[in-house]
Design a protein around this ligand. Structure first.
Ligand code: HEC
Length: 130
């Protein structure tokens, strides 16, 4: 039994972290985009962003959207720059899992590189279809 304790601990930690991200998604993003990113009227679903996880300009766009928000035809999304790099990376990775999108997981470092640009939601532009 003793040898399994570290393993149990890791499994528990993994579950707690996953639950933490799910909880964060629920209170930060799901209000508008839904538990499964399907969208909550009048807010849009996020199915269309799947391909962005796999291209450099797409990934940059995703980082800018979560940091600075986005304004467009579907309405206004506020930015979440007040969250930590780790939290924003975890939220984008949660979205990636929901969409079963291809591409590397986001790291906190990748989020950090998008900071300090002083953008407003209407300054964040969606790249063309990858
Ligand atoms: C207050 C509602 C609201 C919340 C909360 C919100 N969003 Fe949004 N989000 C929007 C709206 C509205 C748009 C579309 C803006 C537009 O018309 O371009 C959008 C757009 C996006 C897009 C770009 C979609 C595309 O097709 O280009 C992504 C990615 C996104 N949101 C992710 C998130 C994530 C991740 C969170 C949680 C950190 C979040 N959103 C929280 C309202 C919200």
């Amino acid at each position: 039994m003793k040898r399994f304790l570290p393993l149990l601990f890791l499994v528990g930690l993994g579950a707690a972290l996953a639950q933490g991200t799910e909880g964060l998604w629920a209170k930060t993003c799901a209000v508008c985009h839904g538990e499964k990113a399907q969208g909550v009227r009048p807010y849009p679903g996020l199915q269309g962003v799947g391909p962005f996880f796999a291209t450099p300009e797409g990934r940059r766009y995703l980082v800018l959207v979560v940091l600075y928000g986005k304004k467009g035809e579907a309405g206004l999304m506020p930015g979440f720059a007040q969250l930590k790099d780790e939290e924003l990376a975890a939220l984008l990775n949660h979205l990636k899992a929901l969409l079963q999108a291809k591409g590397d997981p986001f790291t906190p470092e990748e989020i950090r590189k998008g900071r300090g640009l002083n953008l407003t939601p209407d300054g964040v532009k969606r790249p063309g279809k990858p």
